[in-house]
Design a binder for this molecule. Structure first.
Ligand SMILES: Nc1ncnc2c1ncn2[C@@H]1O[C@H](COP(=O)(O)OP(=O)(O)O)[C@@H](O)[C@H]1O
Ligand SMILES: [Mg+2]
Length: 320
C-alpha cells in the first residue's frame, strides 16, 4: 500500500447562518494516494467547494470546521495557523478557481503576480523570474506573456496563468474548483491535458466538478458527494464503470453523451435544504430503492470491493 497523499477524516464543516446551520460537509472521510487526479462530483450545493476550501484551511465565514482532520503529505493542515498555514498554502497545497479573474489582479502584469507567489515564500526575485519563465514554457505559455495584463489574454491563457501561480512553489496537491466551467470545449480539453500532465509528473490533483463526463474522461479516482455526504468513492473504472450507489447511477444516466441514442434521464426531485437534511440516508426521498431503514438510519461507508466504497443500505443489507 502506498501512503495516501491526502487524508480527510470525518470532516464536518457547517455554516452558521441567521436562518440556521447549513451542514455543508457532514462527516466526510476518504484518502487519495499521490499522483492521482481525484474528481469530486455531485450536483450544485452538495458541498464540493466547501470541501475544497477546507483542504486549504480557507473556510469562509460564517463557516467553521466542526470536526475532523485533513492530512496532506502527513501534515495536519487543520492544526496549522498564521505563518505556518500561510507557508503551507503554496508550498504544500494550492487552489485554482473557476474564474481566473478572481485570482488575477486586473491592473498588474501576470508575470509580477506569478513571481510574487514565489517571492512571498522567500524565493529571491531574479530566481523567481527565471522560474516563472520556465513554468510558463512548461505550461504552454510563451514567456513574453509574463509582461501582459490579464485582459490581454484569452480565457484559456488566463487559466494557464492561474495554474502557473498555483504550481509555482511545486505543491504536493492542487485543488482545482470547476477550472474549465467558464471555458469552451476545446480550451477545456487543453486545460485538462495540462492538469493531467502535472499529475503524470507526480502532482496530486483534486478536480471539483459538477460534470461527471469530465470526471469520467480525466479522473483516476472519483468521489461522489450528495447533500454534504460522501456516497461513493473508488477508481474511475469502478465508480463510472460499475456504479453502486443509486445516486451515482442517477448522475450517470442524467449525463448526455454524444454517442448515446437515448435521452438522458434526470434524477427526479431536488437536493435537500442542508439546514434541514432528511433523516436517515439524505438521498432517500429521491431514491427509487428506498427502504424503511433508509428513512431512519444514516448508512455508513463500507468497502464493497477493495478500494471501492459506498454508503448505502442496499449494500449493508447485502443485496443490490
Ligand atoms: N458562505 C456561505 N454561507 C452560507 N452557506 C454557504 C456558504 N457557502 C456555501 N454555503 C452552502 O453550503 C452548501 C454547500 O455549498 P458548496 O460547498 O458551494 O457546494 P457545491 O460546490 O457542491 O455547489 C450549500 O447549501 C450552500 O448554500
Ligand atoms: Mg462549487
Amino acid at each position: 500500500m502506498t501512503e495516501p497523499l491526502l487524508v480527510v477524516d470525518n470532516l464536518k464543516v457547517y455554516y452558521y447562518t441567521l436562518t440556521g446551520i447549513v451542514k455543508a460537509v457532514d462527516g466526510v472521510s476518504f484518502s487519495v494516494p499521490g499522483s492521482e487526479l481525484a474528481a469530486v462530483v455531485g450536483e450544485s450545493g452538495s458541498g464540493k467547494t466547501t470541501l475544497g476550501y477546507s483542504i486549504l484551511g480557507l473556510i469562509p465565514p460564517p463557516g467553521r470546521r466542526v470536526s475532523g482532520r485533513i492530512l496532506i503529505d502527513n501534515v495536519d493542515i487543520t492544526s496549522l495557523h498564521g505563518e505556518a498555514l500561510r507557508r503551507a498554502r503554496g508550498e504544500l497545497v494550492s487552489m485554482v478557481f473557476q474564474n481566473p479573474f478572481t485570482t488575477l489582479d486586473p491592473v498588474r502584469r501576470v508575470g509580477d503576480q506569478v513571481v510574487e507567489v514565489m517571492t512571498e515564500h522567500g524565493v529571491p526575485k531574479d530566481e523567481a523570474w527565471r522560474r516563472a519563465e520556465e513554468i510558463f514554457t512548461k505550461l504552454g505559455l510563451p514567456p513574453r506573456l509574463l509582461k501582459a495584463y490579464p485582459h490581454q489574454l484569452s480565457g484559456g491563457q488566463r487559466q494557464r496563468v492561474a495554474i502557473a501561480a498555483a504550481v509555482a512553489l511545486n505543491p504536493k496537491l492542487v485543488v482545482a474548483d470547476e477550472p474549465t466551467t467558464a471555458l469552451d470545449v476545446i480550451v477545456q480539453e487543453q486545460i485538462m491535458e495540462l492538469l493531467d500532465s502535472l499529475r503524470r509528473q507526480g502532482m496530486t490533483i483534486m478536480l471539483i466538478t459538477h460534470d461527471i463526463a469530465l470526471a469520467a474522461t480525466w479522473a483516476t479516482k472519483v468521489i461522489v458527494m450528495y447533500a454534504g455526504t460522501l456516497v461513493e468513492y473508488g477508481s474511475v473504472e469502478e465508480v463510472v464503470g460499475e456504479p453502486l450507489h443509486p445516486y451515482t447511477r442517477g448522475l450517470i444516466n442524467a449525463t448526455p453523451s454524444v454517442d448515446r441514442k437515448d435521452r438522458p434521464k434526470s434524477i427526479p426531485g431536488l437536493p435537500p435544504d442542508l439546514r434541514r437534511p432528511p433523516p436517515g440516508c439524505r438521498f432517500h426521498p429521491r431514491c427509487p430503492y428506498a427502504m424503511d431503514k433508509c428513512r431512519k438510519e444514516p448508512p455508513t461507508l463500507i468497502e464493497a470491493s477493495p478500494g471501492h466504497y459506498v454508503s448505502c443500505h442496499l449494500y449493508t443489507e447485502g443485496r443490490r
